[in-house]
Design a protein around this ligand. Structure first.
Ligand SMILES: C[S@@+](CC[C@H](N)C(=O)[O-])C[C@H]1O[C@@H](n2cnc3c(N)ncnc32)[C@H](O)[C@@H]1O
Length: 242
């Protein structure tokens, strides 16, 4: 089980400092150079003390993660509340929520969050059960984006999609058999569902969404990696709204 209040790696630690959630900052005692100077300056600005720590100790704190000499203990990740978020976006004309249906790989979650942040996605929704949560690996893979983008955890994705529909969202699923993404009408408030790495989107959610969207493929593999597919589709939404 990963320790959820530890983040590691230069970018994840930098973004955690920027987000003001660092309780304790460790930097490898023998580390020198530009990155160390940047972290020192940011830590000074954010009034966080640096513990100069041996590498072996950093390996232990990060549970042997690839820490690059930078590790931080952070305030426990605080998930966003769906109702609050819906109130915040109520007056916006264009909103994108990304719904991750039981994704299990923290690298995928991190990578999706990184692109979500880059493309202005308003929130990520994940289920409480059978899904990856915000782990240090996910935060590192997101290069810290997970410290900025709201992530909502819900008990039931199907009920959440119904709720989103009630407040005016169009809901979209994704698989290999749907409307080609270049013909997709992305206007308004939309919720885009990305499926599990192995089994894809659950049958019930597929039936429930307004439309299924497909990225055409001509090669030999059956599907794209979930985070790659999510990125292509987030960029399509972003491009349509530019
Ligand atoms: C590795 S795929 C899962 C494949 C699964 N066997 C299936 O049949 O859906 C993980 C997720 O990435 C997205 N995805 C992958 N390739 C896609 C494509 N060509 N078009 C649309 N979505 C895709 C879907 O959300 C899918 O559920």
């Amino acid at each position: 089980m990963e320790n959820t209040d530890v983040v590691y790696g230069l970018h994840a630690v930098t973004e955690s400092l920027n987000a003001g959630v660092v309780n304790k900052l460790y930097v490898e005692e023998k580390l020198r150079g530009k990155n160390v100077e940047k972290i020192k300056e940011l830590a000074r600005e954010k009034k966080v003390n640096i513990s100069w720590t041996p590498k072996t100790e950093l390996n232990k704190i990060s549970e042997n993660g690839v820490h690059q000499g930078f590790v931080a203990r952070v305030a426990e990740f605080s998930y966003a509340d769906l109702e609050t978020l819906l109130a915040e976006v109520a007056d916006k004309e264009e909103v994108t929520f990304l719904v991750l249906d039981e994704l299990t790989d923290p690298h995928n979650l991190g990578s999706i969050a990184r692109t979500a942040d880059a493309t202005g996605v308003d929130a990520i929704i994940i289920p409480k059960h059978r899904s990856v949560g915000i782990t240090p690996t996910a935060v590192k893979a997101s290069t810290g984006a997970l410290q900025h983008i709201p992530v909502v955890r819900v008990t039931n994705l199907s009920r959440t999609l119904n709720k989103l529909k009630e407040v005016g969202f169009w809901t979209f699923g994704t698989d290999m058999d749907g409307t080609i993404y270049s013909q997709w009408n992305t206007s308004g408030k939309i919720a885009l569902v990305i499926g599990n790495e192995g089994k894809g989107i659950g049958q019930n959610l597929k039936k429930q969404v307004d439309e299924m969207i497909t990225i055409p493929m001509v090669g030999h593999v059956q599907s794209l990696n979930a985070s790659v597919a999510a990125s292509v589709l987030m960029y399509e939404i972003f491009r349509n709204r530019m």
